[in-house]
Design a protein around this ligand. Structure first.
Ligand SMILES: NC(=O)c1ccc[n+]([C@@H]2O[C@H](COP(=O)([O-])OP(=O)(O)OC[C@H]3O[C@@H](n4cnc5c(N)ncnc54)[C@H](OP(=O)(O)O)[C@@H]3O)[C@@H](O)[C@H]2O)c1
Length: 314
């Protein structure tokens, strides 16, 4: 049996967790071994991980007991929730609660909780500059994660809070990339006015998390990460160069973004408004020098584009 310390990874077949799995596997001398948590050990993605030699176990974040079982014997655990699968901040909080309690029950020594800011600390529900959503939130997919930070402390679990940022992969998979207007021009539509949007290559979330696991002095701390802070104009320019076709930045007011009508448009409109109006705080928290010290391979947007430009659907 391997003497390596086990890192159990929720979302191992997905973006953030998958990045962490690859970061650990790519280090042949790692002190850690990966345990991938999935709902279905027989899925193609789970089988692909098993084929790489990864231990694959079944659990569902809906079930605290299944998580406790899956975490037994693990030194560390990476936890992420899946807001866009259900759009429910209350469900997201319950899943975080289940993970915190399961980690405590299993005696996990270092948890990394993938979180985001609770925007209600900046914009209380009484502030009508943006609508309150789902009764109790301003940016549901941020606020629930930020509120859930306390659950890990309450459970008494040694935790590092990892505040992530906008994945540039959203330009490939999330429908957030440049879209062709009626005149045929590609436009990148965001409600960031002329403010900078912190963004990151999703694999850098995993690489940074890996390096945090190597250093227990991060327990009890919050680490906020990004790969680069760019305005819409700067991102459009980068996309134009990478795609070999002009991309314009279509800056829309947050109220217009909220009215787009696709599921979650109101949440994303509020998110952009928060990031734009509290730009100094949101960008300032994500110090690129600190992130690069933790993860020297951190990609810039140009580097990410060079690697991924052919996958961007236009
Ligand atoms: N897109 C962005 O820019 C961005 C930025 C910051 C934060 N986030 C946050 O990132 C989170 C999503 O993370 P991601 O992008 O890594 O997710 P993802 O790529 O959609 O991965 C989801 C994986 O999680 C697993 N999963 C889903 N429901 C589960 C459940 N009930 N129990 C156990 N596992 C489950 C699935 O694995 P199996 O099918 O194998 O079970 C799936 O492969 C969201 O909460 C979002 O708000 C996103």
């Amino acid at each position: 049996m391997s003497s390596k310390k086990i890192i159990a990874v929720v979302g191992a077949t997905g973006a953030q967790g998958g990045g962490l799995v690859r970061a650990i596997l790519s280090d042949a001398n790692s002190e850690f071994a990966v345990r991938a948590i999935t709902r279905d050990v027989n899925s193609d993605k789970a089988k692909a991980l098993a084929a790489l030699g990864v231990e694959v176990v079944a659990a569902d974040v809906d079930s605290q007991d299944s998580l406790t079982e899956a975490l037994k014997g693990a030194y560390g655990a990476f936890f992420v929730t899946f807001f866009w699968d259900h759009f429910s901040p209350d469900k997201e909080k319950q899943h975080a609660r289940n993970m915190a309690n399961a980690a405590k029950a299993a005696g996990v020594q270092h948890v990394i909780w993938s979180s985001l800011e609770d925007t209600r600390k900046w914009i209380p529900l009484s502030d009508d500059r943006m609508p309150t959503l789902q009764g109790n939130y301003k940016v549901p997919h941020f606020d629930a994660k930020g509120e859930a930070n306390a659950y890990f402390a309450e459970a008494g679990v040694p935790t590092t809070i990892l505040n992530t940022s906008f994945y540039w992969e959203n330009f490939i998979y999330f429908g957030a990339g440049p879209a062709r207007g009626e005149d045929g021009t590609l436009a990148l539509t965001m409600a960031m006015a002329n403010k900078k949007l912190p963004g990151i290559a999703v694999k850098d979330i995993g690489k940074t998390a890996y390096n945090i696991f190597k250093d227990p002095s991060y327990i009890g701390k919050t680490v906020s990460i990004a790969g680069e802070h760019l305005t819409g104009e700067e991102m459009a320019k980068g996309l134009s160069t990478a795609l070999g076709e002009n991309v314009v930045y279509n800056a829309v007011p947050a109220s217009v973004f909220r009215s787009f009508g696709f599921p979650g448009a109101d949440d994303m409109g509020n998110m952009y408004q928060f990031k734009a109006e509290f730009n100094d705080d949101y960008v300032g928290a994500r110090n690129l020098d600190v992130v690069r010290a933790l993860n020297p391979e951190l990609q810039s947007f140009a580097e990410w584009l060079e690697e991924n430009k052919t996958k961007i659907p236009v």
